[in-house]
Design a protein around this ligand. Structure first.
Ligand code: ADE
Length: 224
């Protein structure tokens, strides 16, 4: 998989994409993540990426030309399955979308910034607009980092224990059951006996019952 991220603040993505599982997935060759500075696609002396909005509202708008030049340059190299724009007015991101995106070949993620993006780019290039939640971030970069993280950890081989991505919260529209580690007793609290029983069937049944109970209690909306 290849992910090209277009941003006006590439520095914001360095650490989230350069550590831990994401770092390892890239060095193993499971994914190639390339961050591009939209400013590198400007042609004017001031390398201007934003301008005042027509109609006189507050805030600045991302100019169409550098964004189009960046996307055109990438599309001249290869075909893309999705050109995603991160924005609070996109569709709400969830595990189903993470699963779908992780199966694609080449993806562009355009990070929104300022007051927004000239709408002609949205009309002409963007195939999917995604929001990571109903709140407004300073820019779409952190949203892109969240999305890319959730996609990459699903790639086969990205996580050591093959099973662990499948038993995540939300993977079956359920919260995960509680987990414990040693010591078996700590501050007078014992780990549930069933987990020490060594009986895989009993453990599985207990985990499923716990997952259902927690989902009903904490996130009943997921069961609808
Ligand atoms: N940009 C600003 N807020 C955002 C959000 N909630 N999701 C995606 N991109 C954003």
């Amino acid at each position: 998989m290849r992910i090209d991220i277009l941003t006006v603040v590439p520095e914001l993505l360095v650490s989230p994409l350069g550590e831990s599982i994401l770092k390892r997935a890239q060095s193993k060759g499971l994914v190639e993540i390339v961050v591009h500075n939209i400013r590198d696609y400007t042609t004017d002396k001031h390398r201007q990426v934003d301008d005042y909005p027509f109609g006189g509202e507050a805030g600045m708008v991302m100019k169409p030309e550098p964004v189009a030049a960046a996307i055109d340059a990438l599309r001249a190299e290869r075909e893309y399955d999705e050109i995603i724009y991160t924005s609070p007015d996109g569709v709400r991101y969830d595990q189903h979308e993470a699963n779908r995106l992780s199966t694609l070949g080449n993806v562009i993620v355009l990070c929104g910034h300022y007051k927004g993006l000239d709408h002609r780019i949205r009309d002409l290039y963007i195939t999917r607009e995604i929001s990571i939640g109903d709140y407004v971030l300073t820019g779409g970069d952190l949203a892109a980092a969240v999305m890319v993280d959730s996609m990459v950890r699903l790639l086969p081989g990205a996580i050591g224990d093959e099973e662990s991505a499948l038993t995540d919260s939300f993977q079956d529209d359920m919260l995960a059951p509680p987990v414990y580690t040693r010591p078996a007793e700590w501050r007078g609290m014992r780990v549930p006996d069933v987990l020490l029983s060594g009986n895989p069937m009993l453990i599985r049944d207990w985990q499923e019952a716990q997952a259902l109970e927690r989902t009903e209690r904490l996130r009943p909306d997921l069961l609808k």
